[in-house]
Design a binder for this molecule. Sequence first.
Ligand SMILES: [Mg+2]
Ligand SMILES: [Zn+2]
Length: 194
Amino acid sequence: MSRKALFLDRDGTINVETGYPHEFSQIEIYPGSFEAIGAAAAAGFAVIIVTNQSGVGRGYLEEAALGRLHARLAEALAAGGAPVEAIYYCPHHEQAGLGRYKTACDCRKPAPGMALRAAREHDLDLRASYMVGDKVEDIRFGLAAGATPVLVRTGYGRDSESRLAGLDIKPAHIADGIREAVAWILGRERAAGR
Ligand SMILES: [Mg+2]
Ligand SMILES: [Zn+2]
């Protein structure tokens, strides 16, 4: 049977937004991320990070360095009781990408490519899944994937909240941070008997 996923944006959602970090020492994980991811995994969610990393395409860091950063991030989260099943990233940028990274890909959020690929590779039910992030693109990605989108007010979240209102795009919920977002999701699932 297909499983439900909790898709999580990275910067501004799991860790403090700092621009284009290129090594793990620059990553500051929000304390609430450990509890939130641990609780979601315990409730049966496949926790999957989906992150736009155009810094690769712009030449700020190489894919190998991003791979090392993500391995360290997954280790640190797992060591804190927060198992992440996979990390997908988009290295492209249609305008600013260099060489092969300059492309209108289908994996840069808000396009749903990363969710579609994760669904194939991890046997996920996207309609039963959730997306949590701090940007307009995260909410549009969740909607495009057929998942339930939740905005967090961390990172760019407060700015996104007003932009979304202007665009008349409504997240299913707006939470102060990842801890509150996941608490809302788990409460909603319990209330629905799932
Ligand atoms: Mg973000
Ligand atoms: Zn891409």
